[in-house]
Write a protein that binds this ligand. Sequence first.
Ligand code: THU
Length: 163
Amino acid sequence: MEKKHIGFDLTILASEDELSIEESTLLKEAEKARRKAYAPYSNFFVGAAVLMENGEIVLGNNQENASYPSGLCAERVAVFQAGARFPNETIKAIAISASSKNYTVKIPAAPCGNCRQSIAEYEQRQNSPISILFRGEEGPVYKCGSIGDLLPLGFDNSYLGNS
Ligand code: THU
């Protein structure tokens, strides 16, 4: 038997003051997008901002639905839009901001499993890491250098035998 440890370095920044200008701008865009989220059922509001290599920032926010599973998370609204608008452009980073009507979100809300999978598809497609920044309404910012860090042993197209 062999045991292998799989881990990653999570960077914890005490506040947004420790971000670079580029990162801080991206997070502010995610916050702006969050304020336009449509989340009347969960009252949990998420904004995502995708920074492309060409400098474009593509925004998304969660879009809920009376038929709950028909809604979509902010991150997927954003990356799918980025993929649709800039199919040949590399994604550098994604910032995610979360808030709630019911309490103050102080712990950064990490992207859900489905969003990790969707973002990982783009990372694999472009063959370069997508860094992820996430934060609640206040408090620390969490940062990881690659979506792969958040989805170890992920499923990707290498298993499909098409290449
Ligand atoms: N949500 C996101 O937008 N992103 C995530 O990664 C986690 C959850 C949304 C989905 C739903 O509209 C609300 O937050 C509560 O789950």
